[in-house]
Design a protein around this ligand. Structure first.
Ligand SMILES: Cc1cc2nc3c(=O)[nH]c(=O)nc-3n(C[C@H](O)[C@H](O)[C@H](O)COP(=O)(O)OP(=O)(O)OC[C@H]3O[C@@H](n4cnc5c(N)ncnc54)[C@H](O)[C@@H]3O)c2cc1C
Length: 419
């Protein structure tokens, strides 16, 4: 406790006149910033939350933390599912919710410039008013932030047609761990000067710097969508249909899958009468997680396999469910091969918790064995930090560690996240 008080005093001193405007140290409020939406991830108690309003203020925060070697966990909306925004004890949370302005929408260049705290759905609505589309649409679109999306490399439902967040990021402004401000990318349609630092920072999960301004590419808004709902006798048949759609060269905006467990949970939760109402499909998909929450505690996996292996992954999930005796649903972005099997368990029962952990590991291992990846869109965070080296070859892992040291030599940014 004394150490925390000393750290807070030192930080307040280092921030000078700025401290009164941006530091929250009321323990009750600070506690609300401790963790994101993940399960089974560690979270410490930060001694303060910093709420900067500008790039200059972010830089001042990082300079002070760098000098004092205070760990900094950057936070958008805290909707992450991998523990990437979980606080560390003796550190601070840097929340970007006050940097929430859309700075420009340029219909000629088809670009938008926004601060990181802008809610993704609000950016989509603002560009739609000008006949444009910002395609990335995570299920959390109504509350997650653009900064969080860039930092996690978020996906979403329409990625099967348009691509993921990273495919739309043209340029970034990033404050480095020592407070220097880095600008990457260009506003031009083409641009290959130097290494692609924009690409490196997308998906860096707050470990390489704090993103303070984002330039994204927009596309013309498409015409009205047609929606088709099909039901299948079993999941494997649904998986085969996904492969057939792709093989036929049909370009769908979204190809989503919900199994019987998930559909029943959504119907019980929202009383939507889903059999008949095709227009409600996307809404039903967005409700999958809150609805499953009502079945018990959940642990959500996020794995991605080659599209040809979707059926094999679904079969593996069913095998794991049978072996562990747990309910494991299947929903996700089937058209991308990106599934989110939710493992339902009882946190009050040690055997159930152990079974859930074993099931999570078995599903993740199955995806790797099928030539897939441990995370399609939620990020490594803390949840899968021990898994990353099982996916990367040793040279890749060591280059990634060196890169991290180059950006953050004092290791103050999101310690324990990624690797
Ligand atoms: C119901 C629900 C549905 C979801 N659906 C999807 C989905 O379809 N697709 C998908 O990809 N994800 C989904 N998610 C997960 C989550 O919404 C995404 O990972 C999202 O990108 C996180 O954004 P955030 O603003 O909440 O970031 P946070 O959770 O606050 O942070 C996420 C990570 O980014 C870092 N970070 C945040 N802002 C910055 C910044 N400005 N600079 C540097 N680092 C930063 C944090 O340190 C952390 O490591 C869902 C979550 C929920 C709860």
């Amino acid at each position: 406790m004394t150490a925390a008080v000393d750290r807070r005093t030192d930080l307040m001193r280092a921030l000078g006149g700025l401290a009164g405007d941006i530091v929250i140290d009321d323990p009750g409020i600070v506690a609300a910033y401790r963790r994101d939406e993940s399960r089974f991830t560690e979270a410490g108690m930060p001694f303060a939350v910093l709420t900067p309003r500008s790039t200059d203020e972010v830089a001042a925060c990082l300079r002070a933390c760098h000098e004092l070697r205070v760990p900094v966990v950057t936070r958008g909306a805290g909707s992450g599912l991998s523990g990437g925004a979980n606080a560390v004890s003796d550190g601070v949370v840097l929340s970007l919710h006050r940097m929430n302005a859309i700075l420009a929408i340029d219909p000629v260049e088809r670009l938008a410039v926004a601060q990181p705290g802008v809610v993704t759905g609000e950016l989509r609505a603002a560009v739609a008013a000008q006949g444009l589309l910002y395609p990335p649409d995570p299920g959390s679109v109504a509350f997650c932030t653009l900064g969080g999306n860039v930092a996690t490399g978020a996906g979403g439902m329409c990625c099967v047609k348009y691509g993921v967040t990273g495919d739309f990021v043209e340029a970034l402004e990033v404050v480095l761990a020592d407070g220097r401000v880095l600008r990457t990318g260009t506003r031009t349609v083409k641009g290959v000067a130097g290494y692609d630092l924009t690409g490196l920072l997308v998906g860096s999960e707050g470990t390489l710097g704090v993103i303070t301004e984002i330039t994204v590419r927009l596309v013309p808004a498409p015409g009205p969508a047609a929606t088709l709902v099909a039901s299948f006798a079993d999941l494997a048949a649904a998986g085969s249909a996904v492969a057939a759609i792709t093989a036929a060269g049909v370009s769908c905006s979204a190809v989503e899958i919900l199994d019987r467990t998930t559909l029943r949970a959504v119907d019980a939760h929202a009383k939507m009468g889903l059999g008949e109402a095709a227009a409600m499909l996307l809404e039903a998909r967005r409700l999958a997680l809150p609805a499953l929450e009502r079945l018990g505690d959940w642990l959500l996996d996020d794995v991605c396999v080659p599209r040809a292996e979707v059926v094999a992954l679904i079969e593996a999930v069913e095998r794991v469910a049978a072996e562990t005796g747990l309910t494991i649903g299947v929903f996700g972005h089937a058209g991308d091969g990106n599934l989110h099997p939710p493992i339902i368990f009882d946190r009050g029962d040690a055997d159930s918790v152990a079974a859930a952990t074993a099931a999570f590991d078995a599903v993740t291992a199955a995806a790797l064995a099928l030539g897939g990846t441990i995370t399609g869109e939620h990020g490594v965070g803390r949840l899968k930090a021990t898994w990353l080296t099982r996916e990367l070859d040793p040279v890749n892992a060591s280059i990634q560690r060196e890169l991290r040291r180059t950006f953050d030599p004092r290791a103050i940014l999101n310690p324990g996240v990624v690797l």
